[in-house]
Design a binder for this molecule. Structure first.
Ligand code: FES
Length: 322
């Protein structure tokens, strides 16, 4: 799917429980929107005073409907400002510059069984997936974990959906037997069984590690990180931007992208947490020390690409194709 640059207008703003804002976005010009696949996200450009950020939000609406896109945004005051800016700026009639839809979390649509696991705001891509799997008449179940019934967003949407009986709610504040129990709730590993997980990092790590330990193939455990804690440890190293003819030193605590930007070599960044893939850059020489959540295991092993916003070097020098 190609990338589009769009100007989207907030057509509807719905306050969901749990500090989650559901936005219905339409083309500001009234033009039709590009089609999207389940699992896709939008990049929103957020500008407000000193705030100038790009943030990624999964599409939660029905991929079969292209008259509007819907996203859900959790207001998290502890985040770096993106979600707070959305809650403030996204009033009805406001427009945003948007890139996408892009899909790094595609469905395996021919799977015999699909298990969707959403933790908190991680439910958003699962809603689009559930709608798509229902339309395809595929076997699936959606496990939705939240802290309590009272802070569970999208309850009304799910209750009205023709696939509502495929959703199993798990509330942290309810008896243990209704909480997600992976030993009980995951199916046996099989080539045709695919798992999809999205949510807070602790939830994702727990599901992914448990599923893989139980024998589910890594390639069948699909994951989408909204954000990640980046390991910034490690000393300095040298980076050569070969096409630009620039060499910089990346000191401890700095990043490749920032060190190069200070020397006039721009690598586009968006999430700055190694989850969106915007900053992926070709490596010509040297071995990266990968700190991102974006590249696949195969891509890491090839050592031919690096996320310049967060990854470091395992060799004294990295030569990049910039
Ligand atoms: S900017 Fe998102 S992965 Fe680097």
């Amino acid at each position: 799917m190609g990338t589009n640059t769009l100007k989207l207008k907030v057509a509807e703003r719905i306050e969901e429980p749990g500090n989650i804002l559901r936005l219905r976005l339409v083309e500001a010009s009234g033009a039709a929107l590009p089609a999207f696949e389940a699992g896709a996200h939008l990049d929103l450009h957020l500008q407000d005073g000193s705030t100038d950020l790009w943030r990624q939000y999964s599409l939660c609406s029905d991929p079969a409907k292209s008259e509007a896109y819907e996203i859900g945004v959790l207001r998290d005051p502890k985040s770096r400002g993106g979600s707070v800016a959305v809650h403030k700026l996204a009033q009805v009639g406001t427009s945003f510059d948007v890139e996408g839809p892009r899909n790094h979390f595609p469905l395996e649509e021919t799977a015999e069984t699909s298990v969707l696991l959403g933790g908190g705001i991680g439910i958003t891509p699962m809603l689009a997936m559930a709608q798509r799997l229902h339309a395809l008449n595929r076997d699936f179940v959606l496990h939705y974990c939240t802290r309590s019934h009272g802070v569970t967003a999208f309850k009304n949407l799910i209750a009205a959906a023709p696939w509502a009986d495929k959703v199993v709610f798990h509330f942290d504040d309810q008896p243990a037997e209704q909480r997600l129990d992976l030993a009980r709730d995951l199916p046996k590993p099989a080539p045709g069984t695919h798992l999809y997980v999205c949510g807070p990092q602790g939830f994702m790590d727990w599901v992914i590690n448990t599923a893989e330990s139980a024998g589910h193939a890594r390639a069948n455990v699909h994951r989408e990180y909204f954000s990640a804690d980046v390991d910034q440890s490690g000393g300095g190293f040298e980076v050569v931007a070969k096409r630009s003819g620039v060499t910089v030193r990346v000191e401890a605590g700095n990043t490749i992208a920032k060190a190069l930007a200070a020397a006039g070599v721009k690598i586009e960044v968006k999430c700055e947490e190694g989850v969106c893939g915007t900053c992926v850059t070709d490596v010509l020489e040297g071995i990266p020390d990968h700190r991102d959540k974006f590249l696949t295991d195969e891509e890491r092993e090839e050592c031919s690409m690096i996320c310049a916003c967060c990854s470091r070097a395992a060799t004294p020098t990295l030569v990049l194709d910039v």
